[in-house]
Write a protein that binds this ligand. Sequence first.
Ligand code: OAD
Length: 231
Amino acid sequence: MKNLVVLTGAGMSAESGIQTFRDADGLWEGYDVMEVASPQGWYKNRELVLDFYNQRRKQLFAVKPNKAHLLLAQLQGKFHIDIITQNVDDLHERSGSKNVLHLHGELLKVRSTTNENLIYSWTGDLKTGDKCETGSQLRPHIVWFGEAVPMLDKAIELTKKADILVVIGTSMQVYPAASLIHYIKDNIPIYFIDPKPSINQNNFSNITIYAEKASDGVEKLVQNLNNELMC
Ligand code: OAD
């Protein structure tokens, strides 16, 4: 089976009702990113940060995977699929995708502020006073701006093995995630699905762009891949 590597961003979950970050109605319109998604923000106003992620976690229980998540999960069995997601939701997993690597952390996990290896599942609100087993305050398990991306090496390793790369719903503005595309083998097919695609044929010769919502784009992708499998 060919290795299909999928890099997803906030646009993947938009049709599930989760706001993106940088669109006109995106989350960063209503919040200062450095206030809620940086270590500086955490030290300045912990309650604001906790509240921000508590709201996001709560919302997760009110949304469902969309058609694009489900179609991707159904491709398993025809391809070996690795999903590298910048999203902190669990919608890929809930749609049945097995190999999901979260580059920017997970909403349903928290971790110790003094030992990044002490990670716990968490479904409710996180509050001041919630502590790890060694007595330190817990924080959201999110990679904030200015922090290292612990899963990056694994993501690079997967990207290098891709026979086909699919990129869905990302503005490609946040590094190092956006740099992953440069690790692919020469001339493998790339599919880019986004209503406002941020890269074009000038950037990559072997790229197919579906300038559409994730559900429509992934439907076309699946048709295309199925046709190739039949050839
Ligand atoms: P952005 O908000 O930067 O980009 C969202 C992308 O989704 C844009 O290119 C939109 O055109 C596209 N989009 C909108 N609706 C869509 C739909 N229905 N179907 C497909 N695409 C759609 O989000 P990301 O690129 O994911 O990091 O942002 C990267 C990182 O920046 C996030 O992981 C987050 C943020 O700060 C952290 O919080 C650590």
